[in-house]
Every structure is written in structure tokens, then in C-alpha cells.
Design a protein. Structure first.
Length: 361
């Protein structure tokens, strides 16, 4: 089959869940003999290889404004793709659903990856939220086939719109520590820090974590990897902490460094509360982290009993972190359970099997 991935920032995967999905699924489909193209956004890549891990990559421009960046790039990608002999167009993000009329006019098979409930994200103002609610409804009409990456998202579309979606989760690979000396670059040592890897946005709760950690009596550090592409008053508040134990190494994309940070953290704090199956949560579990997750259905679906949960209250999160310090002997069993959950339910080979079957039907 000839398959195009449209609506991500592109590959190599450096920016989020969609990009991880495109890379991990795309390279495996290519290895199985399919022709895979990934459309990306040129502004995100100084180096723009025409091929990557067996996939062909096409970089196109986008309007560098938060609300229209995705739409403008997806439109250009679709205008290019409809003239090429693709068998399937996999379009990411329900925000792009109004554009799907174009490939339908050309008789193209389109599959839409809905992702999470974007209208719930705090980064959008009233207009953005209304647009995403509208686009979500349009998606149920314009896309014959839709993918939901969690059972909770699948249930949402069925109950709200009567729309049947295909459940296909993300996956993850088991990670182990190979070069813990890398941590010294950041002034860290194994087991000496709490960790969060995320964009600094309200629905990911990095500020809640900082406030909770400031009240925790410990010589361990807090490491927040990531930041904000578009600085906001919220991200400014995150950076404003005066606690010297809080470290901001910025965005890190190198796989070997991320693996060491994950595999050697004392505990991982997953603050995401919007969306479906989150790749960052899966990667933390695959690295054998003890995970404390925001108590929402999406996270409970993935983590199950292999971790702990906290409410959206700094005192509650402080108590949860303090509990881990007082019960260190109980953490290894949860770490092992998290890895077993990845092996049994979130294996990439099974995920790609599901995509291949969906594209073939």
C-alpha cells in the first residue's frame, strides 16, 4: 500500500504524541514493504532528509500562528497528496476535519486520527474552543473511518455523536539504563530526582507540580523537561519558582538522554488530564518508572494499578510524593507491573497490525 501521514509536525519525532505515532508506525509499515510518506512542517527541521527510517518525508511550510499552524500545513499537504497515487491518507487531529472534503472529492480513502478532546485544553481561548467543538462534530460526518487511541475517547464519540470509532492505542518499547553517567551533565544522580516531561500548558499541570514540590521536605530534585513553544503567563509562572531544587533543562529530544532520565528517576509525575492514551505516560511505564498520574479516566485506563494517582490539588500531590519517600520499598513492584502492562497491552507490533488491517479494509 501507499500511505501518507498528514497533520503532524513530521519526523524525526521530536515534539509530541502525533509525531511519535507517525515515526513508530510509519517505520514499521515501511519495513513491512509499504510505501510511507510523512508530511511535516519545514520550520521545525533545520535538516530535512528526504528519507528517514524507510519513510519518505516531505516538508511544507505553515503559518506560524498557534491557531492556524496545523490547518495551514495540513491544507498544503492535502493539496499535494490528492495528486499522488496514495491508497490511504491518515490525517491526524480532528481540527483538520473540515479539510477532508478535498480528498473525498478526489476519491481518496481517508482515516482520521481523532486524538483527545482538544477543546478542553487550557491553551485555547473561547474562539479556539468553539472551533474545536465544531471540528469534532464535523469529523464524525466527514471521516468514514476514525481512530480513537483510548477506550474513553471511543466511548465519548459513541455516546455524544453516535459515531463508531476504531480503537487503536499507542505503543512503547521497554527501555533500560545503559549510560547513567549522562545524568551528570544535568547535575543529577540515579534515584535523586522526580521527573516530568511535558509542554508547559495548564492541562499538563507543571505549575501544580512545582507548587506541590516546593512544600516537600527532601534533598531530591525536581526536573521538568520541556517548555512552551509559545510563551504564556502560565509558563512564566512555572519558571518563576525560587526553589533551587527545581531544574529546567529545556526541551530534550535525544533518545539516549531521555531514556536515562526516565530509567533513573525516583518517580515520574504525569500531570496530563486531557487526551487519550498519552505517549509520555507509556514511555514512563516502559522505562520502569514509578508513576504518579493525574486522576482522570484516560490515565487510569493505561496505568491501572501499576502506580498512584493525585487530585488537582497541590497538597494532595505533595502528600503523594511524600508517600513515595516513606514507602520506597513498595515502589519496585509497581515499576515491574508498569513494564508488564506495556508488554501485554501496548506492544508496537500489535499496534501496527491493527493499522495495517484498518487500512486494508
Amino acid at each position: 500500500m501507499r500511505i501518507a501521514f498528514i497533520g503532524t509536525r513530521g519526523v524525526p519525532a521530536r515534539y509530541g504524541g502525533f509525531e511519535t505515532c507517525a515515526e513508530e508506525i510509519g517505520k514499521r509499515l515501511a519495513a513491512r514493504g509499504h510505501e510511507v510518506w510523512v508530511y511535516g512542517r519545514s520550520a521545525y527541521y533545520k535538516e530535512r532528509p528526504k528519507q528517514y527510517l524507510g519513510m519518505r518525508v516531505r516538508y511544507l511550510p505553515a503559518i506560524p500562528i498557534k491557531f492556524v499552524e496545523t490547518l495551514s500545513n495540513a491544507l498544503l499537504a492535502l493539496l499535494d497528496a490528492v495528486w499522488r497515487p496514495f491508497d490511504v491518507l491518515l490525517v491526524f487531529n480532528s481540527a483538520n476535519s473540515p479539510l477532508l472534503l478535498l480528498p473525498k472529492l478526489f476519491g481518496k480513502k481517508v482515516v482520521l486520527h481523532a486524538d483527545g478532546l482538544e477543546w478542553m485544553r487550557g491553551k485555547w481561548g473561547p474562539f479556539g474552543k468553539r472551533y474545536y467543538r465544531w471540528a469534532e462534530r464535523v469529523a464524525t460526518k466527514s471521516a468514514k473511518k476514525m481512530i480513537a487511541d483510548s477506550r474513553a475517547i471511543q466511548k465519548y464519540y459513541k455516546e455524544r455523536y453516535g459515531k463508531d470509532t476504531c480503537y487503536i492505542s499507542y505503543g512503547a518499547e521497554i527501555r533500560t539504563s545503559k549510560a547513567p553517567s549522562i545524568l551528570r551533565r544535568y547535575g543529577l544522580q540515579p534515584g535523586g530526582y522526580f521527573l516530568q516531561i511535558t509542554r508547559f500548558e495548564p492541562e499538563n499541570n507543571p505549575l501544580l507540580l512545582v507548587k506541590a514540590f516546593e512544600k516537600l521536605e527532601t534533598d531530591k530534585k525536581l526536573v521538568l523537561v520541556g517548555g512552551a513553544k509559545y510563551p504564556t503567563s502560565y509558563s512564566d509562572e512555572v519558571y518563576a519558582t525560587k526553589d533551587p531544587r527545581v531544574k529546567f533543562p529545556g526541551f530534550i529530544y535525544a533518545r539516549d538522554i531521555l531514556d536515562e532520565l526516565l530509567c533513573n528517576c525516583y518517580a515520574y509525575i504525569h500531570g496530563n488530564e486531557v487526551g487519550g492514551t498519552n505517549p509520555a505516560l507509556l514511555e514512563a511505564m516502559a522505562a520502569g518508572c514509578f508513576v504518579m498520574a493525574r486522576d482522570v479516566p484516560f490515565n487510569r485506563e493505561v496505568l491501572g494499578e501499576a502506580g498512584a494517582y493525585f487530585r488537582k490539588e497541590s497538597d494532595d500531590l505533595t502528600d503523594r510524593m511524600r508517600w513515595t519517600l516513606d514507602h520506597a520499598a513498595e515502589l519496585p513492584a509497581a515499576r515491574q507491573a508498569a513494564r508488564e502492562a506495556i508488554r501485554s497491552r501496548y506492544d508496537w507490533a500489535r499496534v501496527v497490525d491493527a493499522y495495517e488491517q484498518l487500512f486494508s479494509n
